[in-house]
Design a protein around this ligand. Structure first.
Ligand code: G
Ligand code: G
Ligand code: MN
Ligand code: NA
Length: 249
């Protein structure tokens, strides 16, 4: 309960920071975008992971304010960089149940001068199952040029039939399937299946949690276009992103 009460003030007290993890073209290593990942710099606990505080924020409802703060920070940062990158921002399931979300997101884009084509919203599969309101919302985002990614794909519950009807653009292969890659057809089974599925559905695929050059090479051979993981870079503070991504600039 204590942490929940403190979390309610974290936005106003400016205790949330946003890190950025590169998303790279697997063919040539070129940076294409970044994923925004929030951290809570707690006054005496130190850095608190989102895996710890996002579930609390979901329960108390403060996720709405946190989500919008992260989005606004990320959009401002992207516009300031002006480096031809896009930014991928996580939405939690509860945000998708807020009818005003689309208008709020569009207002942030207007306020920050951000091109909607440079924004990707990441949602988890389980947020969508049988939720007509959430699905309509995704369609509304897409009608404004914002792209939708399904995060942690393969770990949720969507039936394949259902997936064909979702208004989405990108599948993110969960890092558990990347960890299974070992140069054998068995190891590549799920990643390969997801890549074929996304090709059939004309979706882009991002592989998460790439830690080795062997994994990157295998994913590239399997047809994966975009990669993310410690091999390329860990989540970085804003002021380190450009020097890591575009060292010549
Ligand atoms: O960055 P890290 O690997 O610690 O993130 C842990 C989890 O927290 C991931 O599942 C990630 O999607 C989630 N997460 C990170 N930032 C945000 C955010 O701004 N909003 C939401 N809803 N989840 C986030
Ligand atoms: O669920 P989501 O995909 O949003 O989570 C992103 C999380 O994955 C972040 O917390 C980030 O720190 C973590 N992450 C990013 N790259 C790697 C990696 O190569 N290996 C592992 N184990 N975790 C990673
Ligand atoms: Mn994500
Ligand atoms: Na993920």
């Amino acid at each position: 309960a204590q942490l929940g009460e403190e979390l309610a003030d974290a936005v106003a007290n400016d205790e949330l920071t946003v890190l950025y993890q590169p998303l790279v073209d697997l063919a040539d290593g070129r940076p294409l975008g970044v994923e925004a990942l929030v951290r809570w710099e707690h006054p005496y606990l130190g850095t608190v992971s989102p895996t710890r505080f996002i579930p609390i924020a979901e329960r108390t409802g403060v996720i709405g304010a946190i989500g919008m703060a992260v989005l606004e920070t990320a959009c401002r940062q992207l516009v300031a960089w002006d480096a031809g990158l896009y930014v991928s921002v996580n939405l939690s399931p509860r945000q998708l149940s807020e009818p005003s979300l689309v208008q709020e997101v569009l207002a942030v884009l207007t306020r920050t001068g951000m091109d909607p084509a440079n924004l990707v919203l990441e949602i988890t599969e389980s947020a969508l199952v049988d939720d007509r309101t959430a699905i309509d919302m995704l369609a509304a985002f897409r009608s404004h040029g914002i792209r939708i990614a399904v995060d942690d794909f393969g770990t949720g519950y969507s039936s394949l039939h259902y997936l064909t009807r979702l208004p989405i653009d990108i599948l993110k292969i969960d890092r558990s399937f990347v960890a299974e890659l070992n140069g054998t057809p068995e190891g590549a089974g799920i990643a390969d299946a997801i890549l074929r599925l996304s090709q059939a559905l004309h979706l882009t695929t991002v592989a998460e949690g790439i830690e080795t050059t062997a994994q990157a090479a295998e994913l590239r051979e399997l047809g994966c276009v975009i990669g993310q993981g410690y091999l390329f870079a860990k989540p970085l503070p804003a002021d380190e992103v450009l020097s890591v991504l575009l060292p010549s600039s």
